[in-house]
Design a protein around this ligand. Structure first.
Ligand SMILES: [Zn+2]
Ligand SMILES: [Zn+2]
Length: 142
């Protein structure tokens, strides 16, 4: 790997790693890296994002009604391209659904509906415990 590519990759991973609870579009990431590395080219960043997702270092997903992909650091989880994820819409926390019951669910979907889930692209949207309790507290105060 050339020095140029290594630098681009390092900046990219460091940036996402230091913001593990945030999601970014490819454009956000490119613009951020540009600040520290003005000669970086967009294609290099986009290619690195693809590769890091294939390697399971980043999670990539698309939300309903959004045109662009979001990228987020997988927080040390591996094989993020092989399991589904859930995300809290309030705080952005990611859940790695590496449980047996999720696999069973996928198998059931396949046997009942003939549907093969694209794990890499599937994200379940919800509200985490912490954010729901914040909400409940606010509600109770009224
Ligand atoms: Zn994961
Ligand atoms: Zn939350």
């Amino acid at each position: 790997m050339s020095e140029y590519k290594t630098k681009a990759r390092t900046l990219l991973v460091e940036y996402l790693k230091s913001n593990p609870d945030k999601r970014f579009t490819a454009r956000d990431i490119y613009e951020e890296i540009l600040k520290n590395f003005p000669t970086v080219n967009r294609t290099t960043i986009y290619r690195n994002l693809d590769r890091l997702c294939e390697q399971g270092i980043l999670v990539r997903y698309r939300e309903p009604n959004q045109d662009s992909w979001f990228y987020q650091y997988s927080s040390g989880h591996q094989h993020c391209n092989e399991h589904m994820h859930a995300q809290c819409t309030e705080c952005g926390k990611i859940f790695h659904l590496e449980n047996q019951f999720v696999d069973d669910f996928e198998e059931k979907l396949h046997s009942v509906y003939g549907l093969d889930i694209s794990e890499e692209k599937t994200i379940i949207i919800g509200k985490c415990d912490q954010c729901s309790s914040k909400f409940r507290k606010r509600k109770n105060r009224k």
